[in-house]
Structure formats: C-alpha cells, structure tokens
Design a protein around this ligand. Structure first.
Ligand code: PGA
Length: 251
C-alpha cells in the first residue's frame, strides 16, 4: 500500500439496525477505534444517520450514507439529496453499490450523476464497481470493471472527493473471495483506468477498497495486496469486534 494513501475501512450496514441496536454498535466501534492507522467510515441506513451521527460526533469516525439522488432537491418521493446528507453530518456516501445497480436498475450514467451530486455537496463518494460471476467466468472481469470505473466517475473526480470500491458481485455476502492474484490484477487495472481517466498524479492518490466477504480471518491477506487501500465491509461491519479486527489488519 502506498504510504501516501491512508487506508479506509468503511462499514456498509445495508438495511440493518434499529435505533437501539445501531447506536450501541456505533458506540462499541467508537470505543475501540483509538490508535488505528486507518480512517473509519460507518454507513448506516438513512433512518439511523441522525442518531448514529450523534453517537459519533465527538470522535474521528466519519458518517456516510448508502445512496443519494442525482438531483439536489425536488419532486422525488422517498429519495434523499446529497445536500441533505451533508446537512445531517455525513461526509461520505456510497454510490453505485451492486445491490442498487441490480435492485434499482442503476446504470453507470446514473452512478456518475450521483457521484457528481455527492461532490457538489462536499461529500466523498465511495463509488462501487464489480463483475458478476458470469462475467468473471467469461473472462470479462477486467473489461467490465474498467468500463464501470471510467463511466461512473464524473469530471472533477479527485483523491479528496472519491474512493473506489471493487466489490465482485459474487463475493458479496457469499463467504467467497477472489484469489489474492485476482484482487491484485483488478486493483492494478483500476489504478491504470483512473490514470487514463484523470491523469497520473490525480489517480495515484485515490483509495481503492476491496469489498466482498472481507472478515477478520482474511483481512490481513487482502489488505496487504498492492493497490488495496482498505475495505468496504458488509456483514462483518455489524459486529463491532469483527469490524475493529479488520481495521487493525491495515498495514
Ligand atoms: P459483505 O458485503 O462484506 O457482506 O460481503 C460487502 C458490501 O456489499 O459492501
């Protein structure tokens, strides 16, 4: 991992947690977060942004959301604009997670618009990409991921406003992970695509996270791979000790 890139461990709670359990989880993570050499981000469901933000407000853990609308405001029932997330204390937002690409039909163009909206609101966009199992089996992983990276990032993308998360769809929640060689290959390719899209100097500072069944037992190996600058953690982020153990595995 480049010394110039501080690792990021982000917890994606997905559609889990009620006030009492979510606040207790955030407090337990905050209690154990001293002395880490990585940045921590917690992304609870929208209903918990305010109470979890309250729990985290005196510490250094960043609050993130799981999605935003591409528009600032307007007639979009049920949606949340990026300025609203900033207003409630978020400094980050996940965009283009494969569950949203699948469940809500989100395209690269929409993800790019959401990323631009996040940037305009002063948020760090955590932009997710990743191939399906069928695409990997067909030898298309690098092509698919490269295309997603270049089409999902708007002009104005920088290391300060963007984190990329490589999450093979088949590894999410499955307990399966790619081999370290496969992770190294995809992350190296993402770095090259970033350089093409943004120019070398800008691309070098962007953190590229690995996500998909990262847990305490495999984090050390995954986080040691070149160009793996942290993790986006789903299931294991719902257990404070597991999330913290992953954070402690950052080199
Ligand atoms: P997982 O989810 O860690 O449960 O595989 C990762 C993610 O979807 O962000």
């Amino acid at each position: 991992m480049s010394k110039t890139r501080t690792p990021v461990i982000a917890g994606n709670w997905k559609m889990n947690g009620l006030c009492v359990t979510g606040c207790a989880l955030a407090a337990a993570v905050a209690d154990g977060a001293a002395g880490l050499n990585c940045e921590l981000v917690i992304c609870p469901p929208a209903t918990l942004l305010a109470p979890v933000g309250e729990v985290l407000k005196s510490g250094s853990i960043r609050l993130g959301a799981q999605d935003c609308h591409a528009a600032e405001s307007g007639a979009h029932t049920g949606d949340i604009g990026a300025p609203m997330l900033a207003d409630i204390g978020c400094s980050a937002v996940i965009v283009g997670h494969s569950e949203r690409r699948t469940d809500h039909g989100e395209t690269d163009a929409l993800v790019q618009a959401k990323t631009a909206a996040a940037h305009a609101a002063g948020l760090t966009a955590i932009v997710c990409v990743g191939e399906t199992e069928g695409e990997r089996d067909a030898g298309e992983a690098l092509g698919v991921v490269g295309r997603q990276v270049s089409l999902s990032l708007p002009d104005g993308t920088t290391a300060a406003n963007t984190i990329v998360a490589y999450e093979p769809v088949w590894a999410i929640g499955s307990g399966r992970t790619p081999t370290p060689d496969d992770v190294r290959e995809v992350h190296g390719h993402i770095r090259e695509i970033l350089a093409e899209r943004l120019g070398g100097a800008g691309a070098d500072g962007i953190r590229i996270l690995y996500g998909g069944s990262m847990k305490p037992t495999n984090a050390l190996e995954l986080l040691a791979i070149p160009n793996v600058d942290g993790g986006l953690i789903g299931g294991a982020s719902l257990v404070a000790d597991d999330f913290l153990a992953i954070a402690k595995s950052c080199p």
